[in-house]
Design a protein around this ligand. Sequence first.
Ligand code: ADP
Ligand code: MG
Length: 695
Amino acid sequence: MRPGVLNPLFCSLACVDGIGEHLSKRLAALVGGDLLVRALFHLPVDIRHRPVLTSGADVVHGAYGTFLMRVVSLAAPQTRRQPFKVTGIFDDTPVEVVFFHYHKAYLQQRFRPGTDIVLSGRLELSGGIIRVLHPDYCVSGIEFVPVFEPLYPLTAGVSLKTVRKMTLEALKRLPELPEWQDTAFLKAKGFAGFKESLEKLHHPCSTADAAEFERHRRRLAYDELLANQLALRLMRGHRRQSGGITVHPTEQLTTALEKSLPFSLTKAQKRVIAEIRADLNSGQRMSRLLQGDVGSGKTLVALTALLAVVEAGYQGAFMAPTDILARQHFETCLRYAKGLNVKIALLTGRDKGERRARILKALATGETDILIGTHALITDDVDFKNLALAVIDEQHKFGVNQRLSLSMKQAGAHVLSMTATPIPRTLALTAYGDMDLSVLDEKPAGRQAVETRVMPCTRIPELISKLKQLIASQNRRRQVYWICPLVEESEKSDLMAAEKRFASLQKVFGDRVALVHGQMKGPEKDAVMARFAAGETDILVATTVIEVGVDVKTADIMVIEHAERFGLSGLHQLRGRIGRGHEKAVCLLLHGARLSQTARRRLEIMRETADGFLIAEEDLKLRGSGDVLGARQSGLPVFQMADLEKDRDLLLTAAKDAGLICSQDPELASDRGQALKNLLYLFQKDAGIRALKAG
Ligand code: ADP
Ligand code: MG
């Protein structure tokens, strides 16, 4: 139960006086939630100083200031197009106040000649006259103007005054809470208390407060990051304790597989396999994220893990986001496992009726050892006899619930999630801190770096004749992926662009060109891919459907049209499709006529490096954290105060701190532990708190 002292903060924004239903919706969108507690963490981006001026000599041209003016006269214009002007006097200096947008009756009432009024705004000095254009404040007393005014991020239909009202109300309701941070740490960093930091930001009172802005923000950013890390740690601890199926691999199948391979496993593959094996054997439930750049050999790791549960007498599941990919995994696994006497089956949305019934029956009886497939695997009627491991490829393409559903098919089933999107460490920590992490940081030997060139789209004709020569050359078989521009608005326009390019290439290459796109039916898509893989076509024009997984070794040229429209990670994934053979591969990034600074930089990065992690870090810098994993990514935390770029050091400290707390005081029973519960509540980490209770 949430401590009662926090309750005043856990009400709707509409509870604040003067904020109605309508406004509260806009505010909720601005602060990312409808609870008043969120307003507490909606920090200003800057603090504006409005010094109170006592004489005309204090006025600095272009600076903000507040002063008392005696109104001398008004010039109310005849038409709305003319400005409304007020003249007055401050100390001995003449003042001119100008309004372009105004309510005439209101101004006439407000500025009565002979009366005094307090004005505040950006002041201009010219020819000994003070000019104020649209003062921010026209009030009756100096006390109504903040000397230090926090400036907040705003949104349409929400004024600064409303946001201030909201944050001040939240601040007023915040009780004194016992400190949850380590005192020595606070001292070392020079951080103030939680409430004090919030007060200094929302209600600064001195130049010193304004100057300390960043320090106070960092204190709060640390609170936010610690809440995130602690909640994830608690969840991880809880899941581990909930117990997993203990698998005792005999190594019979896995050893046989390794012996039959035409190559040896990389050191990284061996290390990760050992990590997984230890998890399966531990009695705790595995939830591991395997990160490995494109081409690092994740499929083989997945198969080895699956065989490890099979040899111990259990079943495994392997889920991929698309039909093409599921089918490819199926074929790869069949090929690798040939002669191992393991029964592998495929299930996709295309298996219907009797065929599907047969697959499900073999699964339920335990005849099938490994089931590979798409989302079809998580349908309700798919029942395993004894599932012990679920592998989820390209896990970020699935929603949180889909991922959970597969592992829920059997209590205690282990989960191995895989991703080819290298995630910067900071993001991995905040998004996946509840999982253990394995990294395939080594590519199989003999891979050649892909040569990447950047050129304008206008060189396409020249490029086509060059391709013609290359393809015709007898001494080496070469195939080409031609990726068509990603068009923002719709899949339809993507398709049109691809069809147009296909038609124009067909004129040159005839039936050696094929087209594949996302709106094709599954079997149709497979047929096109199969013909390309078999070398029956030379050029495959594609929309981004080939982004994940596809493996054709002789395809070693890739053309990406309007590469500037892709994100860095997207480009990296695409490029990862080539350079899988032993020959030099080439990737051509074509760009449109106008290139933004960022787009140019992105293409340069692609040319400079093939290191997925480096690319992901750069992507994070160029785009901000939200986009690195793609818009479809779910479950990525959004921080209100912390900035993963600026506060990277704090995140790493928070991760360590959370680990320490969980090992020393896993139930948060100590004094600090009790205080930390408040922290979790304030940041709405209810899942973390539930894990605490259940454990
Ligand atoms: P990922 O899924 O990580 O992008 P894949 O699993 O598709 O990569 O592997 C890419 C290619 O590398 C496949 O053709 C695979 O057979 C090959 N491969 C995997 N492991 C090794 C290895 N240790 N040595 C050589 N080739 C390997
Ligand atoms: Mg793969």
